[in-house]
Design a binder for this molecule. Structure first.
Ligand SMILES: Cc1cc2nc3c(=O)[nH]c(=O)nc-3n(C[C@H](O)[C@H](O)[C@H](O)COP(=O)(O)OP(=O)(O)OC[C@H]3O[C@@H](n4cnc5c(N)ncnc54)[C@H](O)[C@@H]3O)c2cc1C
Length: 312
């Protein structure tokens, strides 16, 4: 571990919307704050082309939004550090050591905002078309498929609810379900099936997508016979939404917190965990709506909770 020479009030792990919002609120409350981020500023949102659902900003690129978050934090005195955090240790006096590569930080409180990752399923072309034909968030990207045909992969509650959401935007929605049943409550399934532009292909998987600049062919497998067939589409006329679950990034705090059914961190409404001085915010929490605005709101609350924790 590196020698620590300076004690910050708060270390914020993760430079996404939750982390930077927490930083802005904590720094404006005059705390000494460091944000430690392992990649580019903005987190998941920096990888998306356009954001169109953040109130007050009609449209902005994800990259620009991420950069703005960092610039805003820096302008109010936040130290924005690069580092991969590998461990949090609680000292006997209740303070913490945050170990990162590079650097280690002695702090009075920690806000963990390490986000979540939508589960990818691994069909051929999935990574190549992720964000430009293959999506993991209907609330985020549904509008880009207005009047188009979309395929929804998954048979759980999220897949059914998102298919219904998409049916109000897209021309048609085809659910592609690996097994011969849905894994969602009957009420959710019935509501979804009542939409007249949703159809279901049971015991079917998508094994590949292809195209020049956008998806123009999809390979389907019949899981009963293992036979595959390819369907062709005009380029840009179809989208695929994958709902195979979300993995909150909780490894750093596993020993300090409780996890919910979705394996996200359980906090109280002040973003406090069961360990005094450790707060969690954003997509890593157990929650229903993982969006920039909910992450930012969590962050604001966590920043002020850390302030109250420190000043007593
Ligand atoms: C493709 C896509 C499109 C989306 N579009 C929209 C949209 O249009 N509108 C919308 O509201 N939401 C959208 N979302 C959802 C939105 O991006 C998330 O809800 C939001 O980014 C969550 O913010 P967060 O700060 O909780 O986590 P994240 O954005 O995931 O940020 C977490 C950060 O923590 C860092 N980190 C993790 N572990 C460590 C570690 N050990 N050390 C250091 N750093 C670490 C990560 O590098 C990451 O930068 C989209 C998501 C995706 C994937």
């Amino acid at each position: 571990m590196d020698t620590v020479t300076h004690v910050h009030d708060v270390a914020i792990i993760g430079g996404g919307p939750a982390g930077y919002s927490a930083a802005i609120y904590a720094a404006r409350a005059s705390l000494d704050v460091v944000v430690i981020e392992q990649g580019m500023p903005g987190g998941q949102i920096a990888t998306t082309e356009t954001i169109e659902n953040y109130p007050g900003i009609e449209q902005i690129s994800g990259f620009e939004f991420g950069q703005n978050l960092q610039d805003h934090a820096a302008s109010v005195g936040v130290e924005c550090a690069y580092g991969v955090v590998s461990a949090i240790t609680r000292c006997e006096d209740g303070s913490f050591i945050v170990e990162a590569d590079p650097g280690s930080y002695a702090v009075r409180a920690v806000i963990v905002a390490t986000g979540a990752k939508p589960r990818h399923i691994g069909f051929e072309g999935e990574e190549r078309f992720a964000g430009r034909g293959v999506s993991y968030c209907a609330t985020c990207d549904g509008m880009f498929y207005r009047g188009k045909d979309v395929f929804v992969i998954g048979g759980g509650t999220a897949a059914c609810e998102e298919a219904l959401y998409l049916s109000r935007i897209a021309r048609s929605v085809t659910m592609v379900v690996r097994r011969d049943v849905f894994r969602a409550p009957k009420g959710v399934v019935d509501r979804m099936l009542a939409a007249d532009n949703i159809e279901v292909r049971f015991e079917t998987s998508i094994t590949a997508v292809d195209g020049e600049n956008a998806i123009s062919s999809i390979t389907f497998r019949d899981n009963r016979t293992s036979e595959e067939h390819i369907e062709e589409f005009p380029e840009g006329s179809v989208g695929i939404f994958v709902f195979a679950g979300t993995d909150p990034t909780v490894d750093l705090v596993r020993d300090f917190v409780d996890l919910g059914d979705d394996r996200g961190v359980v906090t109280d409404e002040d973003m406090a965990t069961r360990t005094p001085g450790i707060f969690c915010a954003g997509d890593m929490r157990s929650k229903h709506l993982r969006q920039v605005i909910t992450a930012a709101a969590d962050g604001a609350i966590a920043g002020m909770s850390a302030y109250r924790y420190i000043v007593g």
